[in-house]
Ligand binder design. Structure first.
Ligand SMILES: Nc1ccn([C@@H]2O[C@H](COP(=O)(O)O)[C@@H](O)[C@H]2O)c(=O)n1
Length: 300
């Protein structure tokens, strides 16, 4: 597919001509970008997935870990349990990204994966104080250019909701580690429940997996109510399930969806082009989202 780059993009957001960028409907992208920019930064909210969206998919040819993998591969987990968690990943990740299965078919299998993995983590009696060490010793990396993304949204008081099916406690450690857990950041995720001695005993609340983010969004109406004066949304994801992260937004006027296509590119490209406004193919950077947030905040 050849994306026709308009004069507007060339002048206003040259990064949209990067080789990683694909768009099915560049005219729509231009129209939405202009509407959001005209309304101003105080009408904008950003909703982003975490694993493989704000974090890198690979580095030096090696897969980077998700929140779950950071803990799975850490010293807090026995080698026997590590093997069981790796077997689960090997079984269920191909299902998560399989284009021949419908979301309805994947749903029970995703619940099964998350439930089995969380039960194993509870059995390991993980301690709260082991989480920071797990993150520090891991290969977790935010995408290149993350500093600008977080700091720029903070500078303009644009709320950033990180909506993750990962583990919230680990996610928080990662963004703290990279010094970007700023006051405009809010997180919806799976949080651990520790007993009084600091030992993991369960996971709190309703399970969030990749394909039930709509339910997660609708359970958090309070957050979206607080942001009701911000009807314009920039959404960042890497999965088809991430498209539902904005389902709780009230009186939405404009939404621009950016999708990172990291894996199984050829099989999934058409689905991503049909679902996301901008698709970034095997792009490990925040260059395009950064150029867009800069444009949306009046290049200030
Ligand atoms: N046991 C598990 C369960 C899930 N994953 C991966 O985590 C990702 C979910 O997090 P998001 O921030 O992207 O919502 C998901 O893509 C799974 O592949 C895992 O690694 N281990």
């Amino acid at each position: 597919m050849v994306t026709v780059i308009t004069a507007f993009f060339r002048k206003m957001i040259p990064e949209l001509s990067n080789p990683s960028v694909c768009m099915k409907d560049p005219q729509r992208v231009q129209k939405v970008l202009q509407s959001i920019a005209e309304a101003g930064a105080n009408k904008l909210q950003v909703i982003s997935d975490f694993d493989m969206t704000l974090t890198r998919f690979s580095y030096n040819g090696k897969r980077c870990p998700t929140c779950h993998n950071i803990l799975d591969n850490s010293r807090a987990i026995s080698s026997e349990c590590k093997q069981k968690l790796a077997d689960l990943l090997k079984t269920y990740y191909p299902i998560e990204i399989d284009t021949s299965l419908s979301v309805e078919e994947k749903l029970p299998l995703m619940v099964e994966w998350w439930t089995k993995a969380h039960d194993l983590l509870v059995e390991q009696k993980v301690r709260k104080d082991q989480l920071a060490e797990a993150v520090h010793e891991s290969e977790a990396r935010l995408r290149d250019g993350y500093e600008f993304f977080f700091n720029h949204l903070h500078k303009h008081d644009v709320p950033l909701l990180i909506f993750s099916a990962g583990i919230g406690d680990i996610l928080e450690e990662v963004i703290r580690h990279f010094n970007v857990f700023l006051s405009n950041v809010k997180i919806f995720s799976n949080y651990m429940d520790f007993d009084e001695s600091g030992t993991l005993r369960a996971f709190k609340g309703e399970l969030i997996h990749v394909y039930n983010k709509r339910e997660g969004a609708l359970l958090n109406t309070g957050h979206f109510q607080e942001l009701r004066t911000r009807p314009n949304v920039l959404l960042l994801g890497d999965s088809i399930g991430d498209l539902n992260m904005a389902d709780g937004v009230q009186d939405m006027q404009n939404i621009l969806k950016i999708g990172f296509l990291n894996d199984k590119v050829e099989e999934r490209k058409q689905t991503y082009l049909d679902s996301y406004d901008i698709v970034l193919v095997k792009d490990e950077t925040m260059d395009v989202p950064n150029a867009i947030v800069l444009y949306l905040t009046g290049n200030k």
